[in-house]
Design a protein around this ligand. Structure first.
Ligand code: ADP
Length: 461
């Protein structure tokens, strides 16, 4: 069953329930109040008759003299029965009717009201025992027709049934219309979602106008945001594939070219050297990709041991000096003593990536400064250079996979696929730290790594 049908049914069921309860209450209240009025009339009449009766005593006999019962036009019928069950008197409007109005009540010496049918006529009957000198001496029976009550009840029932049915019909129609209106945006959203699936086009958005705070407005916003995120993911996935294929193809092409050369000209040390270096590059690239994939899925196996950051940085400094040769000056700034919990090899790789980048992008006679300071609970490692810097609009992207500021730059022998900073970013993240880049074009760049200091307890053991 559709949501619309269910909503309509629910509305109608609730309304039907409410109508039923109110209808029943109305019916009962009306019946009771009308019957009470009739009962009061009967009781008053009985009281009047008994009050105006006279009792006379002749020796042992007590004689009851009734008032005149000749109210032919009245709506009240009266019968007087003696203790032996014989009819003594009746009102003139009863004509020749001599049956008891309510035979059952004549058996019991108590005053009672009962509904009785005499032939086609529905009557309300009051039976009052007559007691003379504390001896039961007969019954006074008064009756009034219930026709008015019956008619009123019947009209009310008809009104309730017809009115209720009409109200239900209108409510169901209105409910269905409102539900359709309220749910129409869902149809549009479903249709758009289907179109996106059919056309495989994640750039589409739902353009439905809806108040932003409404449920539908929020749904549309959430849906569009999901689409945006999916689109970004797919785009980066595609770019990643393209980048990977490109990066893999270049060294493979070089290897094949050199193999061709060897086949034609025979092995020469230069071709073998080139093959070796391209193969090394491929191995490095694949290794970096694997590392990134593990880091991004949170599966990077990391040791957790106390690492003396200052010692690691000294090693990195030595390697940097070898790497820079005479081209760039590598200097050591402040070097506090610090322990962090983590993976020594990965941390060294992180710092080496930064220092290698700085050396690589800094022109002749530039300077690369490596330093480390303790700032509160943090270890702050900085790698500053006097290179060309990174334009401000590129700066936020340098940690993305395969991102290169100068896209046309010829690939240098060291790294160069645009993965170094992504790896640095993930190693820092997986150590509970953060990495930042600051740069001024023409003046140089500074990369800062913040790592949480190992607690003194961890440092002691
Ligand atoms: P690559 O392997 O190309 O060096 P990275 O991920 O290490 O890739 O760096 C991404 C890009 O950021 C580099 O291509 C380069 O354009 C820029 N970059 C990184 N470090 C520096 C630096 N110290 N000075 C200037 N540009 C830098």
């Amino acid at each position: 069953m559709s949501l619309r049908a269910r909503l309509t049914l629910a509305y109608s069921a609730v309304l039907a329930g409410v109508l039923l309860v109110f209808g029943a209450a109305l019916y009962l209240i009306l019946s009771f109040s009308l019957i009470i009025q009739i009962d009061q009339t009967l009781a008053r009449s009985a009281e009047e008759i008994l009050r105006t009766s006279r009792v006379t005593t002749q020796r042992d006999l007590r004689i009851l003299t009734l008032p005149s019962l000749q109210f032919a036009s009245s709506n009240v019928y009266v019968q007087v029965w003696n203790a032996e069950g014989a009819l003594i008197a009746s009102s003139s409007n009863m004509g020749a009717f001599e049956q008891p109005l309510d035979a059952l009540s004549l058996q019991e010496p108590t005053q009672q009201f009962r509904d009785v049918r005499v032939g086609e006529v529905h009557l309300r009957v009051l039976t009052v025992p007559v007691v003379l000198a504390s001896e039961p001496s007969g019954f006074l029976q008064l009756a009034a027709p219930m026709a008015v009550v019956d008619r009123a009840r019947e009209s009310l029932l008809i009104f309730l049934a017809v009115g209720g049915a009409l109200a239900l019909l209108i409510a169901a129609g209105l409910g269905s219309w409102t539900a359709r209106r309220a749910l129409r945006p869902l149809d549009t959203i479903t249709e758009t979602a289907l179109q996106i699936t059919r056309a495989d086009d994640l750039s589409r958005r739902i353009t439905l106008e809806a108040p932003p705070a409404s449920e539908v407005g929020r749904l549309i916003r959430a849906f569009n945001e999901t689409l945006e995120r999916l689109e970004a993911l797919f785009t980066s996935q595609r770019r990643f594939l393209a980048d990977v294929s490109h990066e893999l193809r270049t060294p493979l092409t070089a290897i094949r070219g050199n193999v061709d050369l060897i086949r034609r000209m025979g092995a020469d040390p230069e071709s073998l050297e080139a093959i070796q270096s391209e193969a090394d590059r491929l191995i490095r690239l694949v290794g970096d990709l694997l590392l990134l994939a593990q880091a991004e899925t949170g599966n990077l196996p990391l040791a957790r041991a106390p690492v003396e950051v200052d010692t690691v940085l000294l090693e990195v400094f030595q390697q940097g000096r070898v790497l820079a040769q005479e081209r760039v000056e590598v200097v050591l700034g402040d070097l506090d003593q610090a322990l962090v919990m983590g993976d020594r090899d990965r941390l060294k790789q992180l710092f080496l990536n930064l220092v290698a980048n700085a050396i690589q992008y800094t022109p002749h006679h530039g300077r690369v400064t490596l330093g480390m300071k303790l700032v509160g609970e943090w270890v702050h490692v900085s790698v500053a250079d006097t290179g060309p810097g990174i334009p401000a609009d590129e700066l936020p992207h340098v940690f993305e996979r395969f991102y290169r500021v100068d896209k046309s730059r010829r690939r240098p022998s060291l790294g160069g696929a645009g993965l170094g900073l992504s790896i640095a970013y993930w190693i820092t993240r997986n150590h509970g730290g953060r990495i930042e880049a600051a740069s001024e074009t023409g003046k140089g760049s500074t990369f800062s790594v913040w790592l949480p200091l190992a607690s003194s307890k961890a440092g002691n053991d």
